[in-house]
Design a protein. Structure first.
Length: 592
């Protein structure tokens, strides 16, 4: 069956981040004079009418939590309890006004009866790595019914129960939250289709990322491998990564799409600078893997892992901890990180650095007060962690209940079987004729996608990405609390060795040295936070377990989740607060 592969602009939908809901309205003199009780009594009645009339700015942003002095007295406890109840009720009414978005898919699940375009890792497969139909039907049945017992009935594929890995938390996509927009009210566009040129371009990028894992980011300009990668990706009309003058260059290679991503060094300053954690000082040297060792390069190992078996080999670690200097290092970071870890560290660095507050912070210009439990360090550090679980629920719904996109390693198996002549699949010729695919074959003797982790991906679908969604949510919180225009002082990079073109050795990545290259004087907090999100999200691509569009669409979803939480919280404050203004990932400005 032929499809129309005309490139289409991706449209992102996401609850409170919808177009037209960008700017919260300043409090008018009349609204500031309203009692909290009076406001809460009116907002529920006016919400639906206001939205119907086109006033889609969040109504709950127009008040504070102030209680008039006349209300404080012997019954103030009862009044406060009723106010808390009304506030929560009206927040729920407000969120209910947002429309339920459509959740379109790429139709691979319908188009291919053998489910070759969908995630099935952990289920039983035939010798081609195609899922057994009864097992896939059982998965879909459980997702459709939502009954816990049905999830227990999904058949798993490893013949050795002691080695069987389990599916990762599909029921999280059905969980509710008591703050922010409900997870099912967000949506991301369909993933690129299995046979599309966009999917082909993303897969070619992943083959090149695997080939370039051990090349230091500081060597990209001189490495023949990264030069070849940039040249091939430039020729692909459907490759959607960043370009300069219409071309992918070694300076834009494997980078993100947000403002600041292509400025300065590849690695964000927030992954390099020392973290002051209370009385502790933490250097960001990490435990990384030895170079030149990849996994799932043999077909038998690949099939074993697709059936959900725990892999036999284990990672061989570098005996020395190093600062992040290449793709293998950043992949090692995101294999074991606490999901909000990089952003919590960034928050501590921002606080220690003395970065000014976001100008919208009510304590920005106060002469008598500083923020603490509200608008201060305890508030932002806790909120950075809090939004992570909200983001995960939203993206787990998309993963399991909407898209069920196959992992890159699964696609690599399709490429291998097709090129080996054991199967025939409608794979776009850009992949089959790729210079990167042939280079991988010369290196490992198969067409499989080399993995940085012995077991490849975790056992949940690819689209969207948990790390990327958490990145979008956490970075949005940091943008809301800190001045994004502040310039990062004294930028650094890991020390380089003499060029090795593919092998990290010696002192490389041990000390930090000053960065004085292009863009050194133009690294802003906002740009480096964007880059931090891209580094963490695309690190999973360097590992071979996610696609570029997994990162780009999930980042925006995480941003929408955080905006929804910030808007709900705005109604709870007593301070005079007209909202946080910051730059979104797409470069537009929003006030929340």
């Amino acid at each position: 069956m032929m499809r129309d592969h005309t490139p289409k602009k991706r449209v992102h939908q996401g609850g409170n981040a919808s177009p037209g809901q960008g700017k919260g309205r300043p409090l008018s003199a009349s609204s500031r004079s309203l009692t909290r009780r009076g406001f809460l009594g009116s907002v529920g009645r006016g919400a639906a009418g206001a939205i119907a009339a086109g006033v889609v700015g969040p109504l709950l942003e127009r008040t504070s939590a102030r209680v008039e002095a006349a209300e404080i007295g012997p019954v103030s406890g009862v009044v406060r309890r009723d106010q808390a109840f009304q506030l929560r009720q009206d927040a729920a009414v407000f969120q209910r006004q947002f429309p339920i978005p459509d959740h379109p898919t790429n139709a691979d699940e319908v188009l291919f009866p053998t489910k070759i375009g969908n995630y099935s890792k952990g289920l039983p497969h035939n010798d081609l790595g195609e899922v057994l139909p009864t097992a896939y039907d059982a998965l879909v049945h459980a997702l459709s019914s939502g009954q816990p017992d049905d999830f227990e009935g999904i058949p798993l594929g490893c013949p050795d129960p002691e080695r069987q890995r389990k599916l990762v938390d599909p029921q999280a996509g059905l969980a509710f939250d008591l703050q922010g927009t409900d997870s099912h009210q967000f949506a991301i566009p369909p993933a690129p289709a299995f046979d599309s040129p966009e999917e082909a371009a993303e897969m070619i990028e992943l083959y090149w990322m695997a080939l370039a894992r051990d090349i230091a980011f500081t060597e990209y300009d001189t490495s023949p491998t990264t030069q070849s990668a940039a040249a091939e990706l430039s020729r692909l009309s459907d490759f959607l990564g960043p370009r300069t003058g219409g071309q992918v260059t070694t300076g834009t290679l494997f980078r993100g799409f947000t403002p600041g991503d292509v400025e300065g060094p590849y690695i964000s300053q927030f992954l390099l600078k020392t973290v002051t954690f209370g009385a502790e000082e933490i250097t960001q040297q990490i435990r990384t893997a030895l170079p030149g060792i990849d996994y799932m390069t043999e077909y038998a190992d690949w099939l074993d892992v697709q059936n959900g078996c725990t892999p036999q080999p284990s990672v061989q670690f570098d005996p020395r901890r190093r600062y992040t200097r290449n793709g293998r290092d950043i992949a090692a970071y995101v294999q074991v990180d606490v999901l909000f870890q990089a952003y919590f560290n960034a928050c501590l660095i921002l606080l220690e650095m003395g970065v000014p507050l976001n100008p919208g912070n009510p304590y920005h210009d106060s002469e008598t007060q500083v923020g603490f439990g509200t608008f201060g360090a305890p508030h932002v550090t806790a909120l950075v962690a809090e939004v992570a679980t909200r983001a995960l629920k939203a993206i787990w719904y998309e993963k399991w209940f909407v898209h069920r996109r196959l992992r890159p390693e699964e696609f690599g198996g399709r490429v291998h079987n097709h090129l080996s002549g054991t199967a025939s699949y409608p794979i776009h010729p850009d992949v089959l004729n790729s210079q990167a695919v042939q280079a991988v074959f010369r290196r490992i003797g198969s067409y499989l996608l080399p993995q940085a982790y012995p077991g490849g991906s975790p056992l949940h679908p690819s689209y969207g990405a948990g790390h990327a969604t958490v990145a979008g949510a956490c970075v949005t919180i940091l943008k809301a609390f800190f001045d994004g225009s502040f310039l990062i002082p004294n930028p650094v990079v890991p020390s380089p060795d003499p060029p090795t073109h593919g092998r990290a050795a010696g002192a490389h990545g041990l000390p930090l040295v000053p960065y004085t290259g292009p863009g050194a004087d133009n690294l802003t907090v906002g740009g480096e936070l964007n880059k931090l999100a891209a580094n963490i999200a695309t690190a999973r691509n360097f590992a071979g377990i996610h696609w570029r569009s997994d990162y780009t669409e999930s980042l925006k979803l995480g941003e929408a989740v955080a905006i929804g939480i910030l808007r709900d919280q705005r109604a709870t404050y007593n301070e005079d607060f007209d909202g946080f203004t910051f730059t979104k990932f797409d470069g537009t400005t929003i006030t929340v």
